[in-house]
Write a protein that binds this ligand. Structure first.
Ligand code: 4AD
Ligand code: MG
Length: 478
């Protein structure tokens, strides 16, 4: 019987959804695939969690979800099935497995339903189950992050997040960028900003000498894979890193997380312009990919999180994207009638209210380039004016800074004098300097915050809600 069912699902569902999957997973179909079926399928077994149960005269309806899609599968339990006692245990939140036939639905709202012949409750969920059918606040759901992926919104975020990770790899693979894995534990602070988590095996409370520590020297969690990505790029030509990065900034904002993922391409023979074009391309590509592959999930956000989201995303996928030099950007701020809390001036760091104004007044993403060198890290290429560096930040509506990058300083003497200027220890960067000593070449790259991108994509306005288990100041549960 199972063999027949497997065959039937494979015939019935779109090939790209099912293919060999059903067979490989021993005839355990996923609800998404069943809902896409083209034909009735007899003799199936489906498992998932009960979202709701409605009891009518002589019939009960279960909505079950297995995480494969936003849509639930409706299970129809008729009185004549002899399952009336068992159905009582199938309360909201319970894990169930149901055997039966996939048939055209008699009711509205779905094409298919499963007519149950057999039902088992694998894991009960009593009346104290926290996710009863009503809307919960984001704040409350953060406190139960171990359960929130079982809600529509957080399940959708998990699927979108996974799909976008694939998209990142697709994008770079098609452009001949090599995926490199940069280290998580590092001995240097790439951004030179000092917001590094220390890694140590010294016993609790022991201040200890660094020589006695595991590495025999100071160690920390990486804030960026850039420096190592550069080393790899200067051999492989085009690379990208995509992994977790860590920042101990004590900024308790809706856009900062202590642990987040960064997408970091690095390409030799790319200049600042190429870098800006790559940045624009990847954002357009990822948004287009999401509109194509995550349409159902994104509709949820369009309805409940940000009205008009889909239209905003369509525009993001096509453009325009604006480019302004830092000088022009500040002139724009100075000319505006806006009453900024931080008064802008030529040479200032851009505050989030400034970033917001630039995007809003131009009506789309803005790449600001050629910043004063005084507000940027040591590795950015110094321009001929001696005052600015070939830096670029992409600012986007709602989120602010999405991307930060630059053309890198490839000239040994200039790089060394920058390190000195900033009081950074040259000796610690000997390997980085070596790549400028031998076979140096112009190159550029950037870092794109994955979570910030997901906020842009879903309209979710707190970074804690696009990470399954966020790490923020004073918050390390789960
Ligand atoms: O601008 P940042 O600090 O740039 C770098 O670290 C470079 N070394 C990257 C490179 O060129 N390879 O960070 C890059 C991006 C930001 O634009 C932002 O999107 C994200 O990383 N980001 C954060 N996201 C969440 N939480 C934080 N605390 C973040 N800090 C930066
Ligand atoms: Mg930055």
């Amino acid at each position: 019987m199972v063999g027949v069912a497997v065959w039937a699902v494979r015939q019935a569902a779109p090939k790209e959804l099912v293919g060999d999957i059903v067979e490989h997973y021993m005839g355990k179909p996923r609800i998404r695939d069943l809902l896409a079926s083209r034909e009735p399928v007899p003799g199936l077994r489906v498992s998932g969690w009960v979202r709701t149960r409605r009891d009518g005269k002589g019939v009960s309806f279960l909505e079950i979800n297995d995480g494969s899609s936003l849509a639930n599968l409706q299970v129809v339990v008729l009185a004549e099935s002899g399952l009336t006692d068992k159905i009582k245990e199938a309360t909201t939140g319970a894990a169930v497995t149901v055997g039966g036939d996939l048939e055209p639905s008699q009711g509205q709202g779905q094409n298919w339903e499963l007519v149950a012949k057999d039902l088992r409750v694998l894991g009960e969920a009593g009346g104290d189950y926290p996710l009863q059918k009503k809307r919960h606040s984001d704040e409350y759901l953060r406190e139960i992050a171990h359960l929130r992926p079982r809600t529509n919104k957080y399940g959708a975020i998990a699927r979108i997040r996974a799909e976008m990770a694939w998209a990142v790899h697709d994008f770079f693979r098609a452009r001949d960028f090599l995926f490199v894995q940069t280290p998580i534990i590092t001995g240097s602070d790439c951004e030179g900003a000092g917001a590094v988590f220390r890694v140590t095996t010294l016993p609790d409370g022991q201040v200890g000498k660094v020589e006695d520590d595991f590495f025999g020297r100071w160690a920390g969690l990486t804030v960026s894979g850039q420096l190592e990505a550069e080393l790899m790029a200067l051999a492989m030509g085009r690379v990208y890193a995509f992994g977790p990065t860590f920042r101990a900034e004590n900024s308790n904002t809706a856009r900062h997380s202590a642990e987040f993922w960064m997408i970091e391409p690095e390409a030799v023979f790319f200049d600042l312009n190429d870098n800006m074009t790559l940045a624009e391309d990847i954002v357009k590509f990822l948004v287009g990919y999401a509109l194509d592959k995550c349409a159902k999930d994104l509709e949820l956000f369009d309805r409940f999180v940000e009205k008009g989201l889909l239209a905003r995303l369509e525009a993001l996928a096509t453009g325009p994207y604006f480019r302004l030099s830092y000088f022009e950007a500040v002139e724009r701020l100075l000319a505006s009638k806006e009453n900024f809390e931080f008064k802008p001036y030529q040479g200032c760091d851009l505050a989030s209210e400034h970033e917001r104004y630039l995007c809003q007044s131009l009506g789309g993403p803005v790449i600001v380039h050629d910043y004063p060198k005084s507000i940027k890290p040591f590795y950015m290429r110094v321009s001929d004016d001696g005052q600015t560096v070939a830096a670029m930040d992409m600012l986007v509506p709602k989120v602010g800074e999405l991307i930060g990058g630059s053309q890198r300083e490839e000239r040994l003497d200039v790089l060394e004098s920058r390190l000195e200027e900033l009081g950074l220890p040259k000796a610690a960067y000997w390997w980085y300097l070596d790549t400028r000593r031998w076979g140096t070449a112009p190159h550029a790259g950037f870092g794109l915050g994955f979570e910030r991108f997901l906020m842009l994509l879903t309209g979710v306005n707190n970074i804690r809600d696009v990470q399954p288990f966020p790490r923020t100041p004073k918050n390390l549960e789960f």
